[in-house]
Design a protein around this ligand. Structure first.
Ligand code: NAD
Length: 409
C-alpha cells in the first residue's frame, strides 16, 4: 500500500475512535495544492515537488528533501504528517513538504547550489512567509536554505527572511534550530522513560540514523547516563553492549567516516540493530524501517520516532498488539518545526528574542504536547496507541479551524 493510502487508513481509524463524521474527514482526504516541476540542471531533468496538504491553520510549513527515492507519494505523506504535527504543536501553520529526486552524494557543491536556486525559481510564486515556508530535511541544510532564500529574494526584489527557516544566523536564523529536533525528542523521551520504564536511570538505547536528529539525540541521552549501545547510518551500524563512546562516535561521524567502521564496537547491519534487545529504539533515519517483514522481531518495549513515518501501518498494528509504546513522529520530532516557528516569528517582527526564553518555550510546548497525548490515551483507558491519541488531537484542531472558515458545518 502507498504511504498516502496508509495515512488515510490511519486518519479513518482515529476519526472512528472519536466519532468524527465521514463528511468532516473529507476535507483531510486530499492535499490542498500539488506543484510539480522538472529542474534542468547540468543537462539533467530532476523531478521536484512542493505540496501543501492543509492550510486551515496557517501557511504551509515543512522541509525540502534531496534524495534519490523522493516521489510524489513520499512528499504528499510528509506534507500530511506536517499538517498534523503543526496542529498538535499548537503553532499557526498548515502542513507542506518539498523534495527533489536525485542523489546529492553524487553532486558537486556547485551543482547543489544550482539545484537549490532552480528549486526556488520553479516554486517562487508558491513560496513566501504568508504562503508556504520551507526548511531543511534529509540531505538539505542551512547552506541550501541560503541559496533558496537568495534566489527567491532576487525574484521578489525585496528581503523576506521569513520565507524559509533553518537559515544560518547571519541570514536571520536562530542558534537553537541546530539541535531543536533532537532536543524536543529528548524531552519527550525523558517523559516516556518516567511513565513507561519506571524512570530507569540507565536505559539501553539503539539509534538508527546518526544524522542531525539521531546524533544530537544520542549525545543528550548519553549525557543523562543512558547507554547508547548501538547506532547506524545508511551503510550499517556498530554495537557495544557496555555502551558506545558517544563523543568519539560523533567525532568519527562528523569527520565523514562510516559508523560501521567505528572501532569502539562490533559492526552490525541496520536490520540487526532494529531487533536488538534494548529498552528504547530511536528511529532517526527514513520511512518504512519497521514493516510487516520485521515488526514481530522488534523486541524493544519503547520506540521513539524521530524520523517521519519509520513504522508502516501493518507494523503499527503488530506493535500495538505487543503493547510496544511508540512515541509518534508528529510529537517526537516536532521540536524542529516549533523552533522554526520561533525563527519565523522573529523574522516577521524584527524582534530578537532571548535564547533562554525560547529554550523554555520549546520545553513547555513539548511538555504540553506530551501531556495532551497522554491525557487522551488515558481518557481511552490506554486502549488506543499514542499515535492514535496524537492524531485525534491534531485532527480536531484542524477541523475546528475548517469549521470557523465555513468549509464544514
Ligand atoms: P540527516 O540527513 O542529517 O541524517 C539521516 C541519517 O540517517 C544519516 O546518517 C544517514 O546515513 C542515515 N540513514 C539513511 N538511511 C538509513 C538507513 N536505511 N538505515 C540507517 N540509517 C540511515 O537527516 P535528519 O535531518 O537527521 O533527518 C532524519 C529523519 O528525521 C528524517 O525522517 C527527517 O524527516 C526527520 N526529521 C528531521 C528533522 C530535523 O530538524 N533534522 C525534523 C523533523 C524530522
Amino acid at each position: 500500500m502507498s504511504i498516502v493510502l496508509e495515512n488515510l487508513e490511519r486518519l479513518k481509524e482515529a476519526a472512528k475512535l472519536e466519532n468524527i463524521s465521514d463528511e468532516h474527514m473529507l476535507v483531510l482526504q486530499n492535499p490542498a495544492q500539488v506543484s510539480y516541476a522538472e529542474l534542468s540542471v547540468g543537462g539533467r531533468q530532476l523531478p521536484a515537488w512542493r505540496i501543501i496538504y492543509n492550510r486551515a491553520l496557517g501557511p504551509g510549513k515543512g522541509g525540502i528533501r534531496f534524495h534519490p527515492e523522493v516521489s510524489e507519494d513520499e512528499v504528499q505523506s510528509l506534507a500530511f504528517w506536517m499538517s498534523l504535527k503543526n496542529s498538535l504543536a499548537d503553532i499557526p501553520y498548515g502542513g507542506a513538504k518539498g523534495g527533489v529526486k536525485f542523489n546529492p552524494k553524487d553532486s558537486s557543491p556547485e551543482e547543489l547550489e544550482e539545484i537549490s536556486r532552480a528549486y526556488a525559481r520553479a516554486f517562487s510564486d508558491k513560496l513566501g512567509q504568508d504562503k508556504d515556508i520551507p526548511a531543511p530535511d534529509v540531505y538539505t541544510n542551512g547552506q541550501i536554505m541560503s541559496y533558496i532564500l537568495d534566489e527567491f529574494e532576487k525574484i521578489k526584489g525585496a528581503h523576506e527572511p521569513g520565507m524559509i527557516t533553518g537559515k544560518p544566523i547571519e541570514l536571520g536564523g536562530i542558534a537553537l534550530r541546530g539541535d531543536a529536533t533532537a532536543q524536543g525528542g529528548y524531552l519527550v523521551t525523558k517523559e516516556m522513560i518516567k511513565k513507561f520504564l519506571s524512570g530507569k536511570s540507565s536505559a539501553k538505547i539503539a539509534v538508527q540514523g546518526y544524522g542531525n536528529a539521531g546524533l544530537f539525540m544520542a549525545e543528550k541521552l548519553a549525557a543523562d547516563g543512558h547507554l547508547i549501545v548501538a547506532a547506524s547510518d545508511s551503510k550499517g551500524g556498530v554495537y557495544n553492549e557496555n555502551g558506545l563512546d558517544v563523543a568519539a562516535l560523533s567525532a568519527w561521524k562528523n569527520s565523514g567516516k562510516s559508523i560501521y567502521e567505528f572501532a569502539g564496537g562490533k559492526a552490525i547491519s541496520n536490520s540487526e540493530l532494529l531487533e536488538l534487545s534494548v529498552d528504547i529504539l530511536v528511529l532517526a533515519a527514513l520511512e518504512n524501517q519497521i514493516t510487516e517483514e520485521n515488526a514481530a522481531r522488534v523486541v524493544a518495549p519503547c520506540i521513539v520516532e524521530l524520523a517521519n513515518g519509520p513504522i508502516n501501518l501493518v507494523a503499527d498494528r503488530i506493535l500495538a498488539e505487543k503493547k510496544t509504546v511508540v512515541v509518534p513522529d508528529i510529537l517526537a520530532n516536532s521540536g524542529g518545526v516549533i523552533v522554526s516557528y520561533f525563527e519565523w516569528a522573529q523574522n516577521r517582527t524584527g524582534q530578537i528574542l532571548d535564547e533562554d526564553y525560547l529554550k523554555n518555550l520549546l520545553d513547555k510546548k513539548m511538555q504540553s504536547g506530551w501531556q495532551r497525548v497522554i491525557a487522551k490515551f488515558e481518557e481511552k483507558s490506554g486502549k488506543i496507541t499514542l499515535r492514535q491519541a496524537a492524531y485525534i488531537i491534531a485532527i480536531k484542531r484542524i477541523l475546528a479551524a475548517e469549521k470557523y472558515r465555513g468549509r464544514i458545518k
